[in-house]
Design a protein around this ligand. Structure first.
Ligand SMILES: Nc1ncnc2c1ncn2[C@@H]1O[C@H](COP(=O)(O)OP(=O)(O)OP(=O)(O)O)[C@@H](O)[C@H]1O
Length: 628
């Protein structure tokens, strides 16, 4: 009779309690590890059969998870390869537990349980996170194999005896410890299985469920149904990312998306990833509807390794800007259980990053090329994503520069090159620089947009939160081009041409105008300047310097420009010396009337900027009433 007691060859007696404590925070992963082992065991028998090394009946592979609240056990059963007593000694005692020895030497470096489990081959050992005693009942596929039973209480002592299992395969029986009784619950276990095992390649049975089946007709000829208990298979063994794109319809992708993210709107489009060299990777990435908010949810991509869910924290594996995407990535080549710094240095991870970036860029390029109208329709959703990618990833810019769109105030879209051509004739200044004008608030800057339009200049709309950064990035990339917000100066100054209108005021008159306005405005933050603009421009315009405003915007967004943030707002008051109102002011005899007209013109400029508020607004209204 088979009977053996032994000691697992580990020097440190107290190793198990230490590991147990270390792993405790993430203890639900015991189920992932044991179910994965069971799945592996069923796949091994299939492989042996296909290699001709097993001539028996393989049968339908199946794994079953069950629990017994009274006996306080959780059992993971499979009809896989099984183990002989010798194999238990070799694989469980030595392999599974030798990892523990190594762990003891290095455990100080580890940050979380996931890191330890895979790195040290502690998969099976994770059972002790929730169990006082772990029992194995197993029967090997080998001819003439005897059933074997192994039991261990988490100390270094184990016992192997004759087992009771009659059919090929393995039961791992966990005698759940007092602190882990929460796991003896249908919903708890179902939740963990849903999380980790939902797409495993072998059917996982967890209890039964009731279904209704047609059962002939009743006396009145109505169709009858009867209740039947059927196996509750918790997983989809053939998720779409394991299939060939040619087998799939749009509907399949949409249904899968719904399955992953039940409460989300339909995605815009998707990319099926499939590569087997130089690394192995499959997956489906979806472009969600983003709209214009920056509140997108990250950590929506799920990472799998051979259909076992690993994590939804894909940082480092997916380029930062692609974290906006949803979907799944499955790769056995990603080192899943190692530390972050190691992951960043890993050459496979770098290649995966590059590959995904390229695929995403190619997909967008293809959509743009094949269906420009459809692409433009989606631009509201994908625009921010494309801009974000351009800013954060050089390689992405190289491709995206051909399909990133600029939208003007007439809602027309242009690629960068198209826009260059569009404005070349009109918006090239006297030094040969193109000046692209933009607004970030069409309502507030309407007067400036109209000034630009009078000159036949085009104005782009750049009003999403990412546009500040996008604009600076474009300026670095585009040659001989600068972008200026339409209210950064008077239009003749934004795009300087040689044909500036002549002065109609003498220098002396100009000096007088400045004095009149300075004293009428009487605010240190507003600096008066006299310019000769065309007579049909407004008499007074208030602007804030483009550069200063950008610095302040960045400070406001926390971009490390704190110094500028604390500067007071400084405005330029441009007085158009060529406007007839200015001549009228000069000709007015009465000093009070001069000042009143100047104040009125200045207030109108503030008003068009939305800067006139409170008592000053009231004063303006009263003065206006008086004047009419
Ligand atoms: N259900 C099972 N049926 C057959 N063999 C098993 C079963 N569970 C575990 N084993 C054997 O025990 C070994 C050790 O398992 P363990 O989970 O500790 O490590 P692993 O699966 O090799 O690696 P890891 O889980 O760390 O990725 C396995 O490699 C396998 O040979």
């Amino acid at each position: 009779m088979m009977q053996e007691k032994g000691t697992i060859s580990i020097h440190t007696e107290n190793i198990f309690p230490i590991i147990k404590k270390f792993l405790y925070s993430d203890n639900e992963i015991f189920l992932r590890e044991l179910v994965s082992n069971a799945v592996d065991a069923t796949q091994k028998i299939k492989r042996l059969a296909s290699l001709g090394q097993f001539g028996g009946e393989v049968g339908q592979p199946q794994v079953e998870v069950s629990f017994d609240k009274d006996a306080k056990t959780i059992t993971i059963s499979d009809n896989g390869i099984g183990m002989t007593a010798d194999e238990i000694k070799k694989y469980i005692n030595q392999i599974a537990f030798s990892g523990a020895t190594e762990f003891m030497e290095k455990f100080k470096e580890a940050n979380d349980a996931n890191e330890i489990i895979g790195r040290f081959g502690l998969g099976f050992y994770s059972a002790f996170m929730v169990a006082d005693q772990v029992e194995i009942q197993t029967l090997s596929y080998q001819d003439g194999a005897e059933p074997a039973r192994w039991i261990c209480d988490g100390s270094t002592e184990f016992e192997i005896t004759e087992g009771t299992r009659a059919a090929r395969g393995t039961d791992v029986i966990l005698h759940v410890n007092a602190e882990s009784e929460e796991f003896l619950d249908k919903f708890k276990l179902q939740g963990i299985l849903d999380k980790y095992a939902k797409f495993l390649p072998v059917p996982i049975k967890f209890g039964t469920k009731t279904e209704y089946e047609a059962d002939g007709e009743d006396a009145d000829g109505k169709e009858k149904t009867k209740e039947v208990e059927v196996d509750n298979i918790i997983n989809d063994t053939n998720p779409i990312w394991t299939k060939a794109p040619s087998e799939l319809k749009d509907e399949d992708y949409l249904n899968f998306y719904k399955e992953l993210y039940p409460f989300s709107e339909d995605p815009l489009f998707w990319i099926h990833l499939n590569v087997d060299y130089p690394f192995n990777l499959t997956g489906v990435l979806y472009f969600p509807k983003l709209k214009n908010d920056f509140e997108f949810q990250k950590n929506k991509i799920k990472l799998f390794s051979r259909q076992v869910f690993i994590t939804d924290e894909v940082k480092d594996i997916v380029p930062e800007f692609l974290m906006l995407l949803h979907g799944v990535i499955d790769s056995p080549d990603i080192p899943l259980n190692v530390s972050r710094s190691f992951l960043q240095a890993d050459s496979n991870v770098k290649k995966i990053n590059t590959y995904i970036t390229k695929k995403v860029a190619d997909k967008l390029g293809e959509l743009f090329k094949n269906d420009r109208a459809g692409y433009e329709e989606k631009w509201g959703d994908i625009g921010m994503f494309v801009k974000y990618g351009i800013i954060s990833e050089e390689k992405f810019y190289d491709k995206a520069k051909d399909f990133v769109l600029l939208t003007n105030a007439d809602k027309k879209n242009f690629t960068l090159n198209e826009y260059k051509d569009q404005v070349a004739a009109t918006q090239t200044d006297k030094d040969g620089q193109q000046v692209w004008l933009y607004t970030n608030n069409r309502d507030k800057q309407d007067a400036y947009i109209q000034s630009a339009n009078r000159k036949a200049y085009d104005v782009l709309v750049m009003d999403s939160p990412i546009d500040n950064h996008f604009i600076s990035h474009l300026e670095q990339k585009l040659e001989k081009t600068s972008l200026k917000r339409v209210d950064a100066d008077v239009i003749d100054k934004l795009i300087k041409k040689d044909d500036a209108p002549a002065h109609i005021l003498t220098e002396e008159q100009g000096g007088q105008v400045k004095i009149i306005f300075d004293s009428a405005i009487n605010k240190p933050a507003f600096k008066v300047e006299l310019e000769s603009l065309s007579p049909d421009e407004l008499p007074v315009t208030v602007t804030m310097d483009e550069w200063m405003r950008r610095m302040k915007d960045m400070a406001a967004m926390g971009g490390g420009m704190g110094f500028y943030g604390s500067m007071p707002d400084n405005y330029k008051v441009v007085v158009n010396g060529n406007h007839k109102l200015i001549s009228r002011i000069l000709q007015t005899e009465d000093e009070g009337e001069k000042s009143r007209l100047a104040k009125q013109a200045f207030d109108l400029a503030l008003l068009s900027q939305g800067l006139l508020t409170g008592s000053e607004l009231t004063e303006f209204v009263n003065r206006s009433v008086e004047m009419i």
